[in-house]
Ligand binder design. Structure first.
Ligand code: NAD
Ligand code: TDX
Length: 332
């Protein structure tokens, strides 16, 4: 794996993954990214120029994808429209990027027999009851709820079909909710941290009893690299770090870590079709590939993340007001 093409490598997790690959391997990396509102040019600029090249382009355009795939040994496919709330406001970019984009990548790796790793989400499985003792496994049936998760489910199905029908050498991973540096302020944890930094109150959708299974982006990156290097072609691996917390618990923890009363938050309009609970059973990845998470202490990881947002106001400030205006228009 000498030449690696990383789609969406300027996004939150993609940029973290490129940092991880540069530190852990000798690979030359090309980032293919459309540089949408969610891209972080600064995160890519911080990488060594002799190891990483940024190509600005759309994964749904064959004329962009084809020549790039042709000159790489493997593709790691992170690029996506990634925010559920945006998919409820306007699903169309989700269909184009997540479905047409993945199809375009698949056709190119098929033509050039290039190894592919497809990055996906646990949201393809729908949600669990709060008291369900089961967690998601690689065998859980697909049951997506939102336009975002349906588009990711569709992209997973395309990858499996290209493996079975055309012999494409692909693996898939489905990961739980990520947190860490460089996450857009539209997402739950950065939104609440920056609301507190702004002197405002965090905003919980509905009752706040919804549960997410948190993993640090750095642990997601190490898992994706392990699958790329040692995973079996055609296999799916679930990635998770046993980090189940209710949104209410997370908001109370953020407030406490930031020196504010734990109940100083407000309830806002719920997300339509809001998934209740996600939970990952990651035994296959741990047993077969020997992976384990490094950030097992969620409270410590959250404290580091709060410090990162405190010291990177120049980065998040330009996106904050427009993001909050969009939420305010929906009573969120
Ligand atoms: P993000 O929104 O932060 O980044 C997405 C990146 O993709 C951006 O840099 C954007 O510019 C780029 N992009 C969007 N459309 C593109 C296009 N048409 N062509 C090329 N580039 C395009 O997302 P993220 O949170 O880093 O998620 C990355 C991947 O991981 C996604 O596939 C997502 O479904 C998956 N995932 C995310 C999480 C999570 O908690 N954030 C959890 C599990 C899986
Ligand atoms: O202000 C908020 N208040 C709130 O209560 C926001 C923005 C969110 N929430 C809730 C909704 C969810 O229950 O917090 C939870 C997390 O919300 P998001 O950060 O929007 O994440 P989620 O919808 O769970 O999806 C995330 O994890 C799976 C990523 O955005 C996806 O890309 C990934 O696939």
């Amino acid at each position: 794996m000498k030449r690696l093409l990383v789609t969406g490598g300027a996004g939150f997790i993609g940029s973290n993954f490129v940092h991880h690959v540069v530190g852990e391997t000798d690979a030359q990396v090309t980032v293919l990214d459309k540089m949408t509102y969610a891209a972080n040019r600064e995160a890519v600029d911080a990488l060594p120029a002799d190891r990483v090249e940024l190509v600005e382009g759309d994964i749904a355009e064959e004329s962009v994808v084809e020549p790039l795939v042709a000159r790489h040994d493997a593709v790691v496919h992170f690029a996506a429209e990634s925010h559920n709330d945006n998919s409820l406001d306007d699903p169309s970019p989700f269909i184009r990027t997540n479905l047409i984009g993945t199809f375009t990548i698949l056709e190119a790796v098929r033509r050039h027999d290039v190894r592919l790793h497809h990055v996906s989400t646990d949201e393809v499985y729908g949600d669990l009851a709060l008291d369900d003792p089961k967690r998601f496994t690689e065998d859980t049936p697909y049951n997506p709820s939102s336009p975002y998760s349906a588009s990711k489910a569709g992209s997973d199905h395309l990858v499996r079909a290209w493996v079975r029908s055309f012999g494409v050498r692909a693996t898939i991973s489905n990961c739980s909710n990520n947190y860490g540096p460089w996450q857009h302020v539209e997402k739950f944890i950065p939104r609440q941290i920056t609301e507190v930094l702004e002197g405002r109150r965090p905003k919980l959708y509905g009752s706040g009893e919804n549960v997410r299974d948190w993993i640090h982006a750095e642990d997601h990156s190490s898992a994706v690299l392990a699958i790329l290097e040692r995973g079996a072609v055609g296999e799916t691996y679930l990635i998770g770090a046993d980090g189940e917390r209710s949104n209410l618990e997370v908001v109370r923890l953020i407030l406490t870590l930031m020196g504010r009363p734990a109940d100083d938050f407000e309830h806002v309009n719920d997300r339509v079709g809001h998934d209740l609970r996600y939970a990952i059973e990651s035994g296959k990845l741990r047993t077969e590939l020997g992976w384990s998470p490094r950030f097992e202490d969620f409270e410590a990881g959250l404290a580091d993340t709060i410090e990162w947002y405190r010291s990177h106001e120049d980065w998040w400030r330009p996106a904050k007001d427009a993001t909050e205006a969009t939420y305010a228009a929906k009573g969120q």
